[in-house]
Write a protein that binds this ligand. Structure first.
Ligand code: ADP
Ligand code: MG
Length: 444
């Protein structure tokens, strides 16, 4: 197998286990440089990325490679920017336009998301119809439009498609898209730099404001205040506001009442997981977008395996295509089923649970999980506790707040502190490093 195919196959697998943000941040700009004498060399865009891949993903990549080429492999990361090594084109399914579609700097929109390539079925028909209505008369028909669903069901696709359609249809209209998270970060930076006026202009001098994952503004008073004012300014001048969230307004924790009642004041639509036929229809559309001829029976196998998340559905399609190519096998339902089975088995074996980590650390230090989670702070407990924090952070993708909960309801800043302490000791004390690596090996 050549270097590019190997790395493409690895990326396809990784994309399924990592969050889209993690994948985009750490893997979208990597380049396969060389594979020879059992060593695969991967180019990373910066030393920061290199370090992160070495620290957090090396083992996972090794396991994947070993499974794909059926022998152990050594991975080395070097710093190499994409531009200088862009001689290796990735296949169309892996064009970076797909995982990280090019974003317009001013609007924040990716041209990839369109109303035309959004497949409509009973699970999302209302949401689609409202979106079309919004495009027909922005600010008039449905304002605000609040769209919610669980993850991977097309919210980002649809809200961005509204933006793109408005820009296409009305040359003069301005559209701003951002996520609740970047709105929150934006306001914090604006306060620090005293650039609130510019911040306000950006979000208020627009005809259509699209806020994706608005649930992230909840909890912070200043952000909600700013958002409330922005919302009112736009709403009162009949500008369109579209919001998405993972829950209906009233169920978003720590969202001020004055905001949630604004959100329910317009049109609300939700989207449900797609049924089997809809999943097959979506897979057909995705295969068409990638100019791939895929037998219907293969699409049905994929649709039958992945049921609740369209992002995963796309990932599985990608895996089946690269998996079959990697084995040089034709795309039959049998190969598809085999690829999907292998991927599932791998996911199960490579995922270590926080409970396992906690148990291993406790056995190693001869303490009980109860003591580890408990409040006592003598040295014999603090060290294992911090090591557990470090290992959970290092070996899983669990967010800090959740790690805090797992370890006896500790605050996320405590976790950051603990992880940092262990990292420093690892870099300063070779013996300590050895002890941690041994613990880690026992978990993998
Ligand atoms: P969410 O924002 O709800 O988590 P996304 O909009 O990111 O979900 O959708 C995940 C993936 O699934 C995207 O690649 C998107 O293009 C695709 N997708 C979701 N719904 C549809 C649909 N109805 N038709 C075509 N593709 C879809
Ligand atoms: Mg989204």
């Amino acid at each position: 197998m050549d270097t590019e195919t190997l790395w493409e196959t690895v990326l396809a697998e990784l994309q399924l286990t990592l969050s889209p943000a993690d994948f985009k941040t750490w893997f979208a700009d990597t380049t396969p440089l060389e594979y020879s004498k059992g060593v695969l060399t991967i180019g990373c865009p910066s030393s920061f990325a290199k370090e992160r891949l070495e620290k957090r993903h090396l083992h996972q990549i090794q396991t994947l490679c070993k499974r794909i080429i059926k022998r152990p492999i050594k991975i080395t990361f070097v710093i190499a920017t994409k531009q200088t090594t862009a001689t290796i084109p990735l296949g169309p399914l892996f064009s970076h336009g797909e995982t990280a579609p090019r974003q317009n700097k001013i609007t924040g929109l990716s041209s990839h998301f369109k109303l035309d390539n959004f497949v409509v079925g009973s699970n999302n028909r209302l949401a689609y119809a409202v979106s079309v209505g919004v495009v027909e008369a922005p600010g008039k028909n449905y304002n605000p439009f609040f769209l919610y669903s669980s993850v991977g069901l097309g919210k980002t696709h649809l809200i961005q498609a509204i933006g793109n359609a408005v820009l296409e249809r009305y040359q003069k209209m301005r559209v701003v898209y951002c996520t609740g998270e970047s709105f929150t970060n934006g306001i914090i930076t604006a306060i620090q730099n005293r650039t609130q006026a510019a911040f306000r202009r950006k979000y208020r001098d627009t005809d259509v404001l699209l806020i994706d994952d608005v649930q992230f503004i909840a909890g912070r008073e200043t952000t909600q205040e700013e958002f409330f004012n922005t919302f009112n300014a736009l709403y009162l001048s009949n500008k369109q506001v579209v919001l998405t969230s993972d829950k209906p307004p009233k169920e978003i924790a720590n969202l001020e009442e004055r905001l949630s009642s604004r959100f329910v004041g317009g049109m609300i639509a939700d989207m449900q997981p797609p049924d089997f036929d809809m999943r097959v229809a979506i897979l057909k559309e995705k295969a068409k977008q990638h100019n791939k001829e895929i037998p219907a029976a293969v699409l049905e196998i994929i649709a039958g395996t992945i049921s609740s998340n369209i992002r995963e559905l796309e990932g599985a399609l990608r895996q089946v295509i690269t998996g079959a190519a990697a084995e040089g096998a034709p795309l039959t339902p049998e190969t598809a089923a085999k690829v999907l089975r292998a991927s599932r088995a791998l996911k199960e074996t490579t995922r270590v649970s926080p409970r396992e980590i906690i148990n291993n650390v406790c056995t190693h230090f001869a303490i009980t999980p109860k003591e580890l989670r408990g409040p006592r702070r003598q040295k014999e407990l603090v060290l294992p506790r911090q090591i557990a924090m470090y290992l959970i952070r290092d070996l899983t993708e669990i967010p800090l707040t959740e790690i805090g909960e797992l370890l006896g309801g500790r605050d996320h800043t405590t976790i950051i502190h603990g992880v940092g302490k262990i990292e420093r000791r690892i870099s300063e004390e070779p013996l300590f490093e050895k002890q941690i690596s041994t613990l880690k090996r026992g978990l993998q």
